[in-house]
Design a protein around this ligand. Structure first.
Ligand SMILES: Nc1ccn([C@@H]2O[C@H](COP(=O)(O)OP(=O)(O)OP(=O)(O)O)[C@@H](O)[C@H]2O)c(=O)n1
Ligand SMILES: C[C@](O)(CO)[C@H](O)COP(=O)(O)O
Length: 247
């Protein structure tokens, strides 16, 4: 086992990472769900897990994967010992929110902070983990996000621009997103009862009236969604490899 994925002694409040990895990757196309596609010679999921495994702030990792891939993940991720913090692999659900809820159900009561991170965002960093967990400890909930850089248009029927939107208060949500366990549990529970579907977990915590703060992320923290993102991802990996060589 390399030093990079050795199990460091956990530090800080008990923090459990939930990794939703049960999507079908429809926008990517192809037959293999994108989280299992290779990037830099490893599955994208493994690239993301490496960072969480190496973080001293992460005590445990719970994975949500497609039922059909559960044995593959148990054999190639849990059994190898490389990702010793992965303690549970649960079946995902129809939507991302359902997959997170299935994983959240496995979080122990002594957990203080739950960090949710998309399997298909392999470029998260220890610095992002540290800052978002610290902000969640201080405020109760925090997300990695990017201030909007482009001009924003509100587009109506027929693709006609109706107005230009003031972009100054707008941020693009990313993951990791970190929460007090009880807040995230309450948000998911009330959303399930109300039939509310959200595309990120912060929205569910906002809906129960809790403050969620933003922590600035990086343009490199892309969500691998479409084929062109694989090209961008390889470029990011290459630039990071070159930077390490230059150190
Ligand atoms: N039912 C689902 C849907 C998504 N995800 C996960 O949530 C993350 C972000 O979702 P997204 O990028 O939308 O992935 P997909 O749903 O697979 O993509 P698409 O919408 O193109 O099918 C991914 O790690 C994905 O595996 C999940 O665990 N369960
Ligand atoms: C959680 C997320 O990555 C924040 O930007 C995003 O909402 C996931 O959305 P998707 O439609 O499931 O890709």
């Amino acid at each position: 086992m390399s030093a990079r994925n050795a199990k460091p002694s956990p530090a800080g409040p008990r923090t459990v990472a939930l990794v939703p990895a049960a999507g079908r990757g429809l926008r990517m196309g192809g037959h293999i769900p994108k989280q299992f596609l290779a990037l830099g010679g490893r599955p994208i999921l493994a690239q993301s897990l490496l960072v969480l495994q190496a973080s001293p702030l992460i005590h445990e990792i719970i994975l949500a994967v497609p039922q059909s891939e559960r044995q593959y993940c148990l054999d190639h991720i849990v059994a190898t010992g490389e990702f010793s913090k992965v303690t549970k692999v649960v079946p995902g659900g129809v939507q991302r929110q359902d997959s997170v809820r299935h994983a959240l159900a496995e979080v122990s009561q002594e957990t203080e902070i739950v960090l949710v991170h998309d399997a298909v965002r392999p470029f998260l960093t220890e610095d992002m983990i540290r800052r978002v967990v610290a902000a969640a400890v201080e405020h109760g909930a925090a997300i990695i996000a990017l201030p909007m850089r482009d001009t924003v248009k509100y587009v109506g029927a027929g693709g006609v621009i109706e107005r230009t939107v003031d972009r100054r208060p707008l941020w693009l949500a990313q993951t990791p997103q970190a929460f007090r366990r009880d807040w995230l549990e309450e948000g998911h529970h009330k959303a399930l009862l109300a039939g509310v579907q959200a595309t990120d977990d912060a929205h569910l915590v906002e809906l129960i009236g809790k403050p969620v703060v933003v922590v600035e992320g990086s343009g490199e923290n892309i969500k691998v969604t479409r084929p062109e993102d694989l090209v961008i991802g390889e470029a990011i990996l290459n630039s990071r490899t070159a930077a390490r060589s230059a150190e």
